[in-house]
Design a protein around this ligand. Structure first.
Ligand code: H2U
Ligand code: ZN
Length: 352
């Protein structure tokens, strides 16, 4: 495939998955920084925290006691953002022009603890233990997605205080909703239209392009590839794509799930090694909607959105022009990928 010649100066890049543009300003990384310097997170090394509401045997907010779990542990969120039964009807009356719209949303919110050890993270968990997490994601997606009232199962991990995680204990959240949320809805529409226009899958084509060009690929195994998308907004944003076309984890065989566990460990280890810190991020899976419709267009993938820019303490802010105009980045996705690619896959806390 012919190399793409990218402008060295300010330019726009298109995100076909979200149908959005991104401003790239590669010349801007040298500007002085006198803003906030965030605190470096110190390694906790506490394997059991009596104050942690996720550690085995501890009592949660609602008074329930966690079991002495040995691997994963799943419970209904005690502060669920959505409730299983839609109790009220849609907003009544009509506003001029249909400007004021409200409708009920029902859903199920759960918390999934990855491991009983309070100090672990995906990066430092053993591969077989991450496979158990991936298998739990698959069975949760299957169980919740099979419910008639559930149209999307969103699994995500907020990692680190910088991303608003309430607790360092390794865990993720599951929000299953009666509507397909905006992000997967937009991705579904663009993938559908691409499939209709080209008779091929958008992300199969995209992955093939990136793997042949190599510039933005971070690491690969037989089943998955991790890359900094051409249109990445966050400095070290990555996307994990399954090599085989599959809509969701429930369509994947054991070797594919093991491949996902492997690539998650490798990507998060590289992240931690970048600034020798427990790298904060929001990570989320994007499976096909479970709305009872066929989704041949949908290609399973995961997004990592990490905020750090230049060190363990200097983060990127989405403010100003980003909020009012469009997202903008300084270091190019190619430079970010090169930096992540050059890092070891042995975790710095293991190697020292
Ligand atoms: P975050 O770290 O991503 O905020 O996830 C933790 C979730 O745990 C959060 O959604 C829930 C919060 O509502 N939680 C409980 O369900 N029970 C508790 O005792 C405390 C926190
Ligand atoms: Zn804990």
């Amino acid at each position: 495939m012919a190399r793409l010649t990218l402008p060295a100066g300010p330019h726009r890049r298109y995100n076909p998955l979200r149908r959005a543009w991104l401003l790239v300003s590669p010349h801007r990384t040298q500007r002085p920084w006198q803003g906030e310097v965030a605190r470096t997170e110190t390694a906790s090394a506490v394997h059991y925290d009596p104050q942690c509401y996720l550690c085995p045997g501890n009592t949660r907010a609602g008074g329930q006691v966690n079991p002495e779990y040995q691997d994963i542990f799943i419970f209904d969120n005690d502060y669920a953002a959505l409730l299983p039964n839609a109790s009220e009807p849609a907003a009544s009356g009509t506003a001029p022009g249909g400007l004021l719209r409200a409708e009920p949303e029902q859903g199920i919110c759960r918390v999934l603890c990855f491991h009983p050890d309070h100090d672990l993270t995906l990066a430092r968990m053993a591969h077989p233990d991450i496979v158990k997490v991936v298998d739990a994601w698959a069975s949760q997606s299957e169980e919740l997605g099979a419910r008639e009232e559930i149209h999307y199962v969103q699994i995500f991990e907020n990692r680190g205080a910088m991303m608003g995680a309430s607790n360092p204990h390794p865990h993720c959240q599951i929000w299953a909703t009666s509507h397909v949320p905006d992000e997967p809805q937009a991705e579904s529409i663009s993938q559908s239209e691409y499939l209709s226009a080209h008779q091929t899958c958008m992300l199969c084509d995209y992955l093939r392009t990136e793997v042949s060009l190599e510039d933005r690929v971070v690491c690969e195994n037989e089943e998955f590839a991790a890359l900094v998308p051409f249109w990445a907004v966050w400095p070290f944003e990555t996307m994990i794509l399954s090599r085989k076309h599959a809509g969701s984890l429930t369509d994947m065989k054991a070797n594919q799930r093991a491949g996902l566990a492997d690539i998650l460990k490798r990507v998060t280890t590289r992240y931690d090694n970048l600034f020798q810190t427990s790298f904060p991020y929001t990570m989320g899976l994007h499976p096909s909607p479970s709305d009872g419709q066929p989704h041949p267009e949908w290609h399973f993938h995961a997004h990592f959105y990490p905020p750090l820019l230049r060190s363990a303490t200097v983060r990127k802010y989405m403010v100003g022009f980003e909020l009012l105009g469009m997202p903008q980045r300084d270091i190019t996705p190619e430079v970010a990928a090169e930096r992540l690619r050059s890092l070891s896959e042995v975790h710095y806390r293991v190697s020292t």
